[in-house]
Design a protein around this ligand. Structure first.
Ligand code: G6P
Length: 483
């Protein structure tokens, strides 16, 4: 633990506001959650009297603030109804599908919007209380898009950054949202609004020009005299950590065991995703079905390990996608499997990072086939794990990662035949071509890590002016649009 630990009750110079705290509860107490965002922000938070404001992950009434791993955590309580309406409802059944190309029908309910506003208000109030004068506040993701505006109204002295981890949709889709203007104005409370891709940033500026009274030129929007910077900050991984794990003899040993279990002479394909309908897991399975049906590959030479991490299990669409995937796995194994040899090994659980990296090291072909994804860090983790420069990354062109990982084998996951043909090409790729591609992919991932992301974002925020009194304009001036 650092000795500059945040003292309880002291205000933070850097405040992260995110739906989830960077810790989760286990039988033996709080544990830091794995993930790039947490590891990237932790050093700066520990250096700069940091505070993290977020939900503890279960419905609770008040929970006392606490220090863990040198970081001061302030839990935001959510009732059971708020978990249902703000988290499962508006965040994950309205915004999540809408922002992912409406690949499931987004649901618009006024009785979800009101709790979204109320919970955003609670996050903003707590952040306003916890932030020191002139502090920097980093608001994360689609759950909290109203927080920047609310916070600016309460605390015009703060420097506020917002980062969206998921895609930001084009005008035609976002326009469906009955509360579009409120969301845009909420975001405009920030000094810097960051997106994963240039497309997301451009979509935002277009929408602001169309649906608010403010005007954006280039990458700046003039909000009543206060400039708001709008830019892309593609997020990444902790490359060194993954590379180090992949080099660990224990990981190499475990990867060899995995290969021996699966059968030495088979091409090992791997999928690792949250169990989410945006990830294209069913499309990937259908492509595998086509490959086996065509007969050029059989269960003797090919195997897919699909790791699916349970997620948002109370939301109907997630229950349905799980059933769809498990039915498909059953069909494929029933049709093409043999006693002692199945084409699909389906693991519905999360794996510790060390084990996951052993799977990356063991896999000849990595299948990352989302219908839409803000970035996709699994693709980057696979590259970081391939220390011998072999292995083929099959990557959906609809991921943010595809903007950077140009030497991956790109696929359109909606085109099942095309994807089957591309996967067959990946399976057959000569070693020399694998090495040429993987070397370049690894370089790309190494060159820009999640630490660079955090540095870039905080540097742009530090350079941005504070709002001053005019900054209240956005939140004060909410509009005649439907609430
Ligand atoms: C995506 C979102 C994150 C979210 C994560 C897990 O990556 O961008 O904000 O935390 O999914 O989803 P969950 O609903 O479990 O927080």
């Amino acid at each position: 633990m650092s000795d500059e630990v945040q003292i309880k009750g002291e205000q933070g110079e850097l405040v992260v506001v995110a739906n989830r705290l960077p810790v989760h509860r286990t039988d033996s107490g709080w544990e830091t959650s794995p993930g790039g965002l947490v590891s990237a922000l932790m050093p700066i938070l520990q250096r700069r009297r940091g505070v993290w404001v977020g939900w503890a992950g279960t419905a609770t009434s008040e929970l006392a603030a606490f220090t863990h791993d040198g970081l001061y955590n302030v839990p935001v309580p959510l009732s059971e109804e708020e978990v249902r309406d703000y988290y499962e409802g508006f965040s994950n059944s309205t915004l999540w599908p809408l922002y992912h190309d409406a690949c499931q029908q987004p649901q618009f309910h006024r009785h979800w919007w009101r709790p979204y506003v109320a919970v955003n208000e609670r996050f903003a109030e707590i952040a306003a209380r916890e932030a020191a004068p002139g502090a920097n506040v980093l608001v994360q993701d689609y759950h909290l898009q109203l927080v920047p505006g609310m916070l600016r109204q309460a605390r015009p002295d703060l420097r506020i950054g917002f980062f969206l981890h998921i895609p930001f949709p084009p005008v035609e889709l976002f326009a469906q949202l009955p509360w579009r203007q409120r969301i845009l104005e909420g975001l405009l409370g920030a000094d810097v609004v960051g997106f994963q891709s240039r497309n997301g940033a451009q979509n935002f500026i277009r929408l602001v020009n169309r649906y608010t009274q403010y005007r954006g030129v280039g990458s700046s929007i003039d909000v009543a005299g206060r400039p708001v910077q709008v830019r892309e900050f593609p997020i990444s991984i902790d490359y060194t950590n993954i590379d180090r794990l992949a080099a660990d003899p224990a990981t190499i040993q475990r990867a060899a065991e995995i290969r021996a279990e699966l059968g030495e002479n088979r091409t090992v394909m791997l999928g690792v995703d949250r169990l989410d309908y945006t990830k294209g897991i069913d499309q990937r399975l259908r492509a595998l079905h086509e490959i086996l049906r065509a007969g050029r590959h059989t269960v003797r030479d090919l195997v897919l390990v699909q790791v699916s991490v349970p997620s948002r299990e109370k939301v109907d669409e997630y229950i349905e996608i799980r059933e769809r995937i498990e039915t498909l796995v059953g069909h494929i194994n029933g049709e093409f499997g043999d006693v002692g040899k199945m084409p699909v090994h389906y693991l519905r659980r999360s794996l510790p990072l060390e084990e996951l990296v052993a799977y990356y090291v063991a896999a000849d072909v990595m299948l990352v086939t989302p219908l839409r994804d803000g970035m996709n860090l699994v693709a980057k983790e696979y590259c970081a794990s391939r220390r011998d420069d072999t292995g083929v990354l099959v990557l959906s062109e609809f991921t943010g990662s595809a903007n950077e990982l140009e030497r991956a084998v790109l696929v359109n996951p909606h085109d099942i035949d095309g994807m089957a043909a591309t996967i067959e090409r990946a399976i057959a790729m000569p070693r020399a071509e694998q090495v040429r591609r993987m070397r370049s992919l690894r370089q790309r991932v190494r060159r820009r890590t999640v630490y660079d992301w955090a540095d870039d974002f905080t540097a742009v925020l530090a350079a941005a002016g504070t709002g001053g009194p005019a900054g209240g304009a956005v939140a004060a001036k909410t509009t005649g649009e439907k609430r």
